[in-house]
Design a protein around this ligand. Sequence first.
Ligand code: SF4
Length: 197
Amino acid sequence: MDLDFSGILLTVSDVLEHLYCPRFTWFEKYQMLPEFQERRAKVQMGRSLHETRENTNRSYLRKRLNAVDKRIDVSLVSERYCLRGRIDEVLFFQDGTAAPLDYKFARDPGLIYRTLRFQSAIYALLIQEHFQCAVSKGFVVYTRSSNAVRTIDFTPADFQQVGNVLSEMLNIIQNGHLPRRAPPSRCVDCCYRRICT
Ligand code: SF4
């Protein structure tokens, strides 16, 4: 996956908002209406990660996951993927692989949501490129469920889907392609609803 975004760098929030409604990309990145930025996806993403860490014994967690090294609060940029992201932790393992670890100030929902899988796959791409190592899984820690850890095992389809979405965003940003609408239930409290026809 090599993309030509001509210097554009998308954040994980940008991508997740696009998943919520691709027209957010059109309004914000093509029509340049960033003043409308009160959106559900951002609110969902906006939990302070710092507050999630306060009561978490991170050393214990890493040992539990058999990590041999770690980096904390890692900001990465990829021109190749046109992405930038800030990862709570990057764990390194004996076999030379690495994995993103993400803290959520939430209860364990019992499953991995699609958006979370997507977010973790994006982090995996950033880690792979920056640290030049394989990333086959990601971890999510739910601090309100006694630090329950969920493992995401990535498949080639996960990375393919990220590439497809990034290409779709590129098409909107560079060509002004007006994307499909979101399902009507998502429009009810959308800040763009008055101008979205
Ligand atoms: S009104 Fe609906 S279709 Fe339009 S941007 Fe908002 S969520 Fe998307």
